[in-house]
Design a protein around this ligand. Sequence first.
Ligand code: SAH
Ligand code: SF4
Length: 474
Amino acid sequence: MSDATIPAPSASRAAAAPAGGDPRPGLAGLAEDEVARLLAELGEPSFRARQVADAAWRSDAADWADVSTLARPLRATLAGRLRFDTVADTTVRVGDGGATEKALHRLSDGRLVESVLMHYPGGVDRRERATLCLSSQAGCAVGCPFCATGELGFERDLEVAEIVDQARHARRRLAVAGRHLTNVVFMGMGEPLLNLDAVLAAAAALTDPARFGLGARHITISTSGVVPGIERLASLRPQWTLTISLHAGRDALRDLLVPLNRRWPVAEVVAAARAYGRETGRRVSYEYVMIEGINDTIADADAVVSLLRGSGAHVNCIPMNPVAHTPWRASGPERIAAFAARLGDAGIGVTVRRNRGQEVGAACGQLAAEQAGEPAGPTVARRRELLVAASTAALRGERSAEPPPAGLGVAPKPGRARPKAPDTARQGAAPAVSRGAPDATRRGAPDATRRGARPAPSRTSPRRPGGTTPRGSR
Ligand code: SAH
Ligand code: SF4
């Protein structure tokens, strides 16, 4: 199938980021006792730890230079040891009449990640909210074809401070307008459960009253279905909300739309989510991106019903955000209404969401993709053809013959490395649509080595034409 894999990435992408980043840890990634230990090492009195914490979490300082509560020499010493902010540069685009702000953050190694801030005005029975959708990885290994981040491929995990600093930036911007950040959703770039240690530490910093101070119930983590990660989360009994990106109730279609389904089929994902709900007492919600003619029929709704009936789950139907290089578009309102009604009739809670922020670059991943440079026209055309062929095969009920994406962080499950696609070979085979390079060499980043299971960096993996994601843009 090598003829069907996607051509090499644009050279501009490979050239975009300087090698290596700033080796100093980020202040926002350290717990209070770690800061205290560092200050003690520097011979500072213990009350300095509180001053540093106030500067990090309670002030609008953006740099050590702004921390006037500390003497200049100490500021200089600390600046040599810790980064006050791990986000080197942020560009903000405002859309929806000011209701949506999309931020593109440049990290110290030149990589780009996005966050989206959404304002929801208060009403008679609800308070004003400001929700930040933040990124947990640069790129993503899962490779959902309707998602811009998936198209970028995996670059690297974000550090704890790089995750938290997206929220600190948003808080500073909101403070100027006299507003507060009320909610954080891990629905930006990346698969949070494939960077779970950092995500847990970031969530701890965001919900620690002595640090960022958000309520734990105001944190949502979204996953495409990393079953071991869901199980680990459940064992922690958190107060956060868990959201599963479902997008298809049938394996053949989900193999295409959410390629890690080839590793963890949808029934296993839903079973893990149900267990999470039982163990934590928290209602799990499901996201369902509606793609015209692909996953929006009554039969699709019935497949979701048979998976979720009686689970108390809630489904959010989201019209697919326009994605420049896929052949797909959002389902029409009538289709969405009929789909939602079918779920509702079966007793499943359902909400139809609207997209937000399309004019600011739609979704997480899109601005970063723009910066990487658009792929060439023929590459885009080829990508579209592949998706048409692959979706036609999936809609015939053929399981994907492709292996699960590389970099899921766990060894392939025996017997499932290549799910069977019984009729595919005979019927002329669904084309391969993955980014390819599953066996490419691993990057040498220390954390990757530790876990021993990271995929090749996307700089060397082909970039598919086709994704543009709007997570935060609803
Ligand atoms: N990787 C995680 C979290 C980030 S993606 C996950 O997949 O759950 C967050 C949400 O944005 C997911 O539900 C994802 O499917 C959705 N999304 C991605 N691309 C989209 C698009 N083009 N239109 C609408 N939603 C999209
Ligand atoms: Fe990754 Fe989520 Fe995008 Fe899929 S939808 S490619 S899991 S970020």
